[in-house]
Design a protein around this ligand. Structure first.
Ligand code: PEP
Ligand code: MG
Length: 548
């Protein structure tokens, strides 16, 4: 059996024959030039037809799927695109070739902007293919309708395709490209389809090959033995049943309490999370509310946006994070442009340090919204590096009568967590960035996923340092990075002394159930085994042995 390794982004098992998307249309070699005016009319008609179809599919979808389809439809309607196409038509270029040239130009601008904008290049290419197919009268490229439950494999998936996926016929997804925050991952997570991205060697796997995708281990197994498929499917079914049966509050089998919380990005997400057993929100990523804003929202507008989350979580705790703008999450009104290395630049709390008014206005808005909250409101800052920064932020939050904390996602902060905890009431570890900065490995790069693997013993050693500081100070230490969504790793974190775990609402119940099946002593043994392992694979094995 050949096992291809990638980055598991949605846990679960799916097995079936490989299907691949219908290929992109090609620009006809014998294309003739057309008059710019006439070409612009033809282009607009084709782009409008594509946008209308996408918008209609958006209306039949829900949640993130609908948003992705609508965002792609908006790209197809972009007036700037028509202007670029017209410019190339004026050079005597054919209509399809002008479309490609225009999208090339727009893609280069998006790629240069970096972060989330760069990830939208896939959306632009998707729009290009759909418009060209429309112009030359071909059927739209995309996912074929399979007769049997199948595994969808691709280089990367166009958002419009992933948004329309039916989990009954597509039982798993594997891609060669993409990262944990790419559209493929977001939609797969929402639909609950097991998914592995950044899979090395996937391009050589032929259509029809029978494969097994393990979204927890990040594996694609070619021609798996029947008993392997049966064992893994059985385990996945048992996990699903355990998650459905889990009831809060989170605690180990012998009663050691661990808060199980949800990560949300807006009121809609909080309302969905409120429908689960989670005890509250452990990370409200406020910057994600403002990705499309050019101008900073007023204090009262911000307060009403934050208030939606407090209301959805009525009576439950909410940990709200101040703007983590920059790097992979650019926000026009806050982010500094043209930094040579945005991940190491002025992002997160550093923006508020540089422009204190921005931080003050957001804290005022949080305080205003918190005035009507029924549960505790804790406020934390992202990307804190020093004790001074923690003291500065802690004082501002306390001045407004709120509970201050900071995120630990930079190794300098992990190493001196004991001093940071003198100034704030809690810390929450962002393992996504903590591993990026500890390993000098871009969290978005699939080729470096083995370094940013949250089971890396060095990352666990940093977490232990922070947890020890929390225990000594008698203050809570949470984890809100993706590490908290891995049920076995969650047990390891509990064993290290972490007091709360915050994950996507779809992942949290299984985390609660898995902790509930282990004793604190087992969690401690799993932690000791994973910490002293030579690497992630040995660590997973040691934890499995301790927890079984
Ligand atoms: C993290 O870095 O782990 C984290 C939770 O923050 P974000 O993923 O939003 O950067
Ligand atoms: Mg982070």
């Amino acid at each position: 059996m050949t096992v291809l390794l990638g980055n598991g982004v949605v846990p679960g098992i799916g097995a079936g024959p490989v299907v691949r998307p219908i290929p992109r249309p090609t620009v006809p070699a014998d294309e003739q030039p057309v008059q710019p005016d006439e070409g612009a009319v033809l282009f607009t008609a084709a782009a409008t037809a594509v946008a209308d179809r996408l918008a209609s599919r958006a209306n039949h979808a829900s949640g993130a799927a609908s948003e992705v389809l609508m965002a792609t439809a908006t790209l197809a309607r972009d007036r700037g695109l028509v202007a670029l196409v017209t410019k190339h038509l004026g050079d005597g270029t054919g209509l399809c070739a002008s479309t490609v040239a225009a999208i090339d130009e727009l893609s280069a601008m998006f790629a240069a902007a970096g972060g989330l904008m760069a990830e939208r290049v896939t959306d632009l290419r998707d729009v290009q293919d759909r418009i060209i197919a429309e112009l030359i009268g071909q059927s739209e490229p995309g996912i074929p309708t399979a007769d049997v439950p199948s595994v969808l494999c691709a280089d990367d998936l166009a958002p419009a395709d992933t948004a329309g996926l039916d989990p009954a016929t597509v039982v798993a997804i594997a891609t060669s490209l993409g990262g944990p925050t790419s559209h493929t991952s977001i939609i797969a997570r929402q639909l609950g389809i097991p998914c592995v991205v950044g899979t090395v060697g996937l391009g050589d796997v032929a259509v029809g090959t029978y494969v097994l995708v393990d979204g927890a281990l990040g594996e694609v197994v070619l021609d798996p033995a029947a008993d392997l498929v049966a064992t893994r499917l059985e385990a996945a079914t048992a996990a699903g049943e355990a998650a459905a049966a889990w009831r809060s509050p989170g605690r180990t089998r012998d009663g050691h309490g661990v808060d199980v919380l949800a990560n949300v990005q807006d009121g809609a997400g909080a309302r969905r999370a409120a429908g689960t057993q989670v005890q509250g929100v452990g990370l409200f990523r406020t910057e994600l509310c403002f990705l499309d804003r050019d101008v900073e929202p007023t204090v009262s507008e911000q307060a009403s946006i934050y208030g939606e989350v407090f209301e959805a979580m009525w009576g439950r705790k909410v940990v709200i994070r101040t703007l983590d703008a920059g790097s992979d999450k650019p926000v026009s009104f806050a982010t500094i442009t043209n930094e040579p290395n945005p991940a190491l630049g002025v992002r997160g709390m550093r923006l508020g340090w540089r422009d204190e008014g921005l931080m003050d206005r957001q804290l005022d808005a949080i305080a205003q919204a918190a005035g009507t909250a029924a549960g505790p409101v804790w406020v934390m800052a992202p990307m804190v590096a020093t004790e001074d920064e923690a003291a500065w932020f802690g004082a501002k939050v306390r001045d407004r009568g709120l509970v201050p904390g900071v995120m630990i996602e930079i190794p300098s902060a992990a190493l001196l967590a004991d001093r940071i905890l003198r100034h704030v009431d809690f810390v929450s570890i962002g393992t996504n960035d903590l591993s990026q900065y500890a390993f000098a490995a871009d969290r978005m790069a699939p080729s470096l996923a083995r370094l940013t693997d949250p089971w890396q013993p060095a990352l666990l050693a940093l977490i232990r340092t922070v947890a020890d500081a929390g225990i000594a100070a008698g203050k809570p230490v949470g984890v809100c990075g993706e590490a908290a969504a891995d049920p076995q790793l969650a047990c390891v974190l509990v064993g290290l002394g972490v007091t709360s775990l915050s994950a996507a609402a779809t992942a949290a119940p299984l985390v609660g159930a898995t902790i509930g099946a282990a004793t604190l002593q087992q969690c401690r043994e799993a932690a000791a085994g994973a910490l002293s392992a030579s690497g992630p694979a040995e660590g997973r094995e040691a934890a499995r042995a301790a927890l079984s």
